[in-house]
Design a protein around this ligand. Sequence first.
Ligand code: FAD
Length: 577
Amino acid sequence: MSKMKASTALVNVLKNWDIDHVYGIPGDSIDTVVDALRKEQDTIKFIHVRHEEVATLAASSYTKLTGKIGVALAIGGPGAIHMLNGMYDAKMDNVPMLVLAGQVPTSVANTKYFQEVDLPTLFSDVAVFNKQIEDAETLPDIVDEAIRTAYEKKGVAVLTIPNDIPLTEINHTVAAKQEVFQQVKPEISTESIAQAAELIKSAKNPVILAGVGTKHAKEALVQFSGHTKTPVIISLPAKGIMPDDHPNFLGNLGKIGTKPAYEAMQDADLLLMIGNDYPYTDYLPQESVKSIQIDIDPAKIGHRFPATVGIVGDAKEALTALIEATDYIATRAFLEASQENMANWWKWLREDEAKTTTPIAPEAVMAQVQKIADKDTIFSIDVGTSTVWSTRYLHLGPHNDFLISAWLGTMGCALPGAIAAKQAFPDRQVIAITGDGGFSMVMQDFVTAVGYKMPMIVIVLNNKELSFIKYEQQSAGELNYAIDLPDINYAQFAESCGGLGFRVETFDELEPAFKAARNASLPVIIDIAVDSNAAPLPGKIVMDEALGYTKFEIRSITEDHRFSKMPPLKTIIRRFF
Ligand code: FAD
């Protein structure tokens, strides 16, 4: 046991857990920790962001990509409050995170001191582990426990650290290096596999809905689908778990989903839910349809849809067991009908991608993205219409990654995700796709990418409005209000940050800009003036939405005294019938 500052012991624990970087902003109430990190800067990189929200969003994205815990740090008071958004992203997408928040010194605690906020209360809803350090001797052990708990509970662990505590000399033994945290997987019951196999054998129209919990089981999923000739539908954040061009793949389900996925669900006589907690139950079959659900968390079985057979366990293991327990099926009429449906869907999308209009169609932008993307590009996607265009038009293969704030759905997640992606995989191409609404919430951190020499391509689909909200208002029959955004030149902004910027206003400028961005060694923004009337229509328009659009149109004439620019009728008809 040796004497050392508590801050040094804290940093030793981080090193033991193989933590090699921290996102944050220094400041008075956390500076004693930052000073210890300064001394270890060769082992733990401090990524100094420009807003604490970006720190936690980047930490969350890093974990989504690598499985390793992300760490963010800020002062107490305002810095801690700014971190909340990314912390909720981690909580809701079930990823471990460690947050170190500063606090006023113990000598002035509870005196309504400058920037003193009751952080344990503030964090009580978001955290799975939430402690304010009271005794320096306990600091390293509590940091260790925080990390373990974050991994085990797949959530956010927060330590609030009064600024004097890290300076205290303590007795500490540097522990041996930790193995990466191993999640205990429940043993799969052979009975549940046998019951599920029976259901699969007797089904004519089985359909798979696979989610984020299947990300590590890509090959098993493809094999199972081929073995049983079952079409595969995914949840949106699971994009990439099945290659987009796989013949058994029907895309994702929901407003942003495909029409073939919607129709396959309607016609299914067996639903296999694998590693998902899919929330939009209106898109699932009638509850009388039989179902098999595979989930590692027993609490999720039957959570969204009644499970005829629940298999508690790991998706990869369960799929492997089901392949063994079922016979090979050579052909299935339901799959063939779904494939025909899907071929039609792709034909429609190809027509959209071929648009050469000015103002530029977002679909045409996606076609350009695809042309310059590598086989292992990491796509970091924002929330808004950029979500729709990216999910629907990008073709991902088995080596791509797709990042998004899936459950919190926070705008501004694409750039922090791209920063994290570049930190995790410096040699892979990183493309962020965002709108002007999402990007302008975090744009200050483009300079972080420049400063840390993180070449990336940020595509800003600039339509000078909050377009997703515009269509939400319309489909609900409301008139548009408070959705306009100013025309900012994001290319000039990129240059002023020390990056590269391309402003694309006509279709002809599109391809040259992408080619130049592809070869750039600096972070790039391609600021594209896209058609604000490009409608991010649902894959399948349901009756409520059709009625909503009609109501909006009537109100535009009677209350606003103008004809609105409705989405193209041809697309509406195709997606409705
Ligand atoms: P999660 O909710 O994270 O569930 C994963 C499940 O896997 C959990 O139950 C977990 O216990 C389980 N699991 C984890 N590990 C394993 C393992 N090893 N083995 C087995 N099980 C495991 N989503 C859509 O699907 N369609 C949409 O149209 C759609 N629109 C959206 C629009 C916007 C603008 C945004 C921001 C999001 C949208 N989403 C959409 C995302 C949606 O909000 C949900 O986040 C998403 O559907 C949840 O996906 P999931 O169930 O796969 O993931």
